[in-house]
Design a protein around this ligand. Structure first.
Ligand SMILES: [Zn+2]
Length: 257
């Protein structure tokens, strides 16, 4: 469907996941056309019309986050139109979890039984303040699963969506320092540029995910990376770095009814 790219050949068959592109919406100018970000400066009426396209396509309520580059993760049990968080998790099969991006990294998650799903908004601020670790701790520690076989392992799926790539994402010393203080291993995701650094945000997020789950005996993970660059492809993607005032794409996941 125009505007919607289904994420194929990765998640379990019971999962429906997608990322939107710029096509097929009602917005114009910088927001042309499928802008899903209510806070982007676009007409709220048009964004709501655009959102209804996705809602009708999925035939489900979508939980949207009020994203603030925080490390806050919320567990959602019933529909809410607006959640203050940068990560959400649900086991309510009536609900879709969404994340809005325009250069930041969208991450979608599910468990192999498709009982548990979630979405994460990850930019450098969230990644350096623990959004991933908070999300991972929540999905493993709250005893979401009953272990029938104590020797069995649980399988988690993580999809890392399109974001600004390592060749386009220039950051200053202050960003690199934030990560270096946490762990010098993160230095490998920064390449020197003139007075700046090129930052491979997506690879750092994948690395953090592998490191976390390597230390978890009960869990194994599957990872898929969509390495298209939002900054380079202006036909497909909104890009905050490229365009400033611009729209937002949505990455959305839901359990098939
Ligand atoms: Zn790029």
């Amino acid at each position: 469907m125009v505007g919607i790219d289904v994420i194929q050949d990765f998640f379990p068959t019971k999962i429906h996941a997608l990322i939107t592109n710029r096509q097929g919406g009602f917005s114009s100018l910088n927001f042309k056309s499928l802008n899903l970000g209510l806070m982007s400066g676009d007409s709220v009426k048009l964004v709501k019309k655009n959102r209804s396209i996705i809602r009708e396509y999925l035939e489900s309520d979508i939980v949207w986050m009020n994203q603030t580059h925080s490390s806050d993760v919320s567990f959602i049990s019933k529909y809410s139109s607006f959640v203050n968080a940068d990560g959400i998790i649900t086991r309510n099969s009536e609900l879709a979890c969404a994340v809005l991006t325009a250069d930041c990294l969208p991450i979608l998650f599910c468990s192999s039984d498709a009982e548990l799903i979630g979405s994460i908004h990850a930019g450098w601020k969230g990644l350096s303040s623990g959004i991933l670790e908070n999300f991972f701790k929540k999905i493993v520690s709250e005893n979401f699963f009953s272990f029938n076989n104590p020797n069995s392992k649980h399988l988690f799926y993580f999809w890392f969506g399109p974001c600004i790539c390592k060749n386009c994402y220039e950051v200053g010393d202050e960003v690199k320092t934030k990560f270096s203080i946490l762990d010098q291993n993160y230095d490998e995701f920064f390449e020197p540029a003139y007075n700046k650094w090129y930052f491979d945000m997506q690879s750092l997020a994948v690395y953090k995910t592998r490191i976390f789950f390597n230390s978890q005996e009960k869990y194994v993970i599957k990872i898929k990376v969509d390495n298209r660059c939002t900054y380079e492809d202006d036909k497909t993607f909104f890009s905050y770095r490229r365009d400033g005032k611009t729209g937002r794409m949505a990455s959305v996941i839901i359990t098939d009814k």
